[in-house]
Design a protein around this ligand. Sequence first.
Ligand SMILES: Nc1ncnc2c1ncn2[C@@H]1O[C@H](COP(=O)(O)OP(=O)(O)OP(=O)(O)O)[C@@H](O)[C@H]1O
Ligand SMILES: [Mg+2]
Length: 248
Amino acid sequence: MIKVKELKKSFHSQTVLNGVDLDIEEGKITVIIGRSGAGKSVLLKNIIGLMKPDSGSIFFYDKDITKVSYNELKQIRLNFGVLFQDAALFDSLNVFNNIAFPLIERRIIKKKSELKKKVKETLKLVELENIEDKMPSELSGGMKKRVGLARAIVTNPKIIFFDEPTTGLDPITSMAIAHLIRDMQMKLSTTCFIISHDLALTFKIADNIGFLHDGKIIEFGDKNTIKNSPNPVVREFLESYFAGEENG
Ligand SMILES: Nc1ncnc2c1ncn2[C@@H]1O[C@H](COP(=O)(O)OP(=O)(O)OP(=O)(O)O)[C@@H](O)[C@H]1O
Ligand SMILES: [Mg+2]
């Protein structure tokens, strides 16, 4: 669905992405892992068109989104749902208006009664109920992530991008979010692209895993490919996690 080719991005003298090649397969969950500061969020921002790369291309099907006009990009982005690291809810809007926002903005649903129904259904998908009137400040971190997820899926996007969907959540809530993403992906067959350093989440739900290091994807494949990677950087990154698993 998305093909990234030779993507490069620098800030002043700092090279962050130095030739990223990546395939995001339709209907699959692709997770990008890597050290803090490796450039994962920068990669995501380039793919969704929030940042312009210095060179390289990003194909959404047959369209290179780095070359299209602003209006075309806006059209393409209608296929995208995004859940940012901090859920990025609008603080001044209640849960109902946060979730209904993309539907109203894109004029997908106009009738209030239909909006209400759709918001309720979507909240149910993320296992929440009767919280439409609450303000974001009244929600826990896990609830905010779920509401953010509801807002990301309410427009039935073809692909959902997640930046660290579980950061700041306890392990049990993190697993609940992981299951939610997996269930949703199975129910709606939405393509998912996730950036994470949560290895428990990654190994629970990923179909494909890419390891970003030194500005490149240095390893890519299914769980076993990553687990059995001969690359010392990948091995070192995974060691602490699997050491813990063996002891437990
Ligand atoms: N807008 C920007 N201007 C200048 N430098 C930036 C900008 N955005 C990111 N960077 C730099 O790019 C590098 C990669 O940042 P990025 O946020 O992509 O890391 P990350 O892999 O997502 O890390 P984390 O796991 O901590 O979220 C960092 O050194 C950061 O300082
Ligand atoms: Mg980041």
